[in-house]
Design a protein around this ligand. Sequence first.
Ligand code: TXD
Length: 308
Amino acid sequence: MKSKVSIIGAGMTGSTAAHWLAEREIADLVLVDVVEGMPQGKALDLQEALPVIGKDVSVTGSNDYAATAGSDIIVITAGLPRKPGMSRDDLLFANTNIVKKATEATIQYSPDAIYIVLTNPLDVMAYVTLKTAGLDPHRVIGQAGVLDSARMRAFVSMDLGVSIENIHCYVLGGHGDNMVPLTRASNVAGIPLEDILPADRLEAIVDRTRKGGGEIVSLLKTGSAYYAPAAAIAQMVEAILKDKHLIVPAAAYLTGQYGLKDIFFGVPVQLGRKGVEKVYEYQLSDQEMAALKKSAEGVKENIAKLNF
Ligand code: TXD
């Protein structure tokens, strides 16, 4: 029997994730959105592409959460982008309601599902899903770190002209401007970045990584990045369905690791069929730890605004 993955929110990231996932041929896919006809249209279009690329999965679109029944994984991308005149808090509350609703509506049909949350503010929305569904924390993961680390890898590759396969980067912390690219742990074929790149070029890469989302937003003018975030979702889904025990940077619920409790935060997590199997702890320098704490403050402040 094929695995089943349902993606809530069939907008740019949701539908692109379906595209990357269909190419991997690892699960039947369901797209759900509130916009009538849109998830059905995108799903049919994608289904009609599969004969060309020779992949046998089913792709269904619906406005009804019943279509998600029996999912192994639920991916939540549903949400509003920030519009002119809207504060971050407006977005926080609007998306909390959407993510809450999506969680309530899906958990009843898929009581054993693992959740991957993408909606922003990411770390807080993963918390909303966890608390709304009342799940064991290993079943809820927020996607941010794979994307942020991939951006850093891309920038290192562009700077050095080295294959991305040789480049390993790890970005921890909250999904915001205070994220923490770990330059000591990141390396090119085992050589620490700090040894292979002059300080000024490394600093430029760190800065560009932190502002990576904003760079795409200002180029696109409307909307935000979707190819890379969606590819990150596909990698995480595959790691779970194939029980790969893959270690990726992702937002996990912390219970004291890195000195943090009761928040979702970007850390190295091992993903397998049960979801988060393990959270790894780096030996951080005082400076790195201080940067993580600063990033965590922002996430905590937003969580405190919600009454969970
Ligand atoms: O790395 C990351 N975590 C991020 C997160 C990377 C990229 C995008 N990031 C965030 O994901 C972004 O800030 C948004 O909060 C979400 C979705 O981004 P996307 O670019 O996919 O936005 P779209 O194209 O506007 O799609 C959102 C869809 C849209 O089709 C709405 O109609 C739908 O969500 N929507 C809903 N679907 C189902 N149920 C409800 N209630 C609902 N409300 C809106």
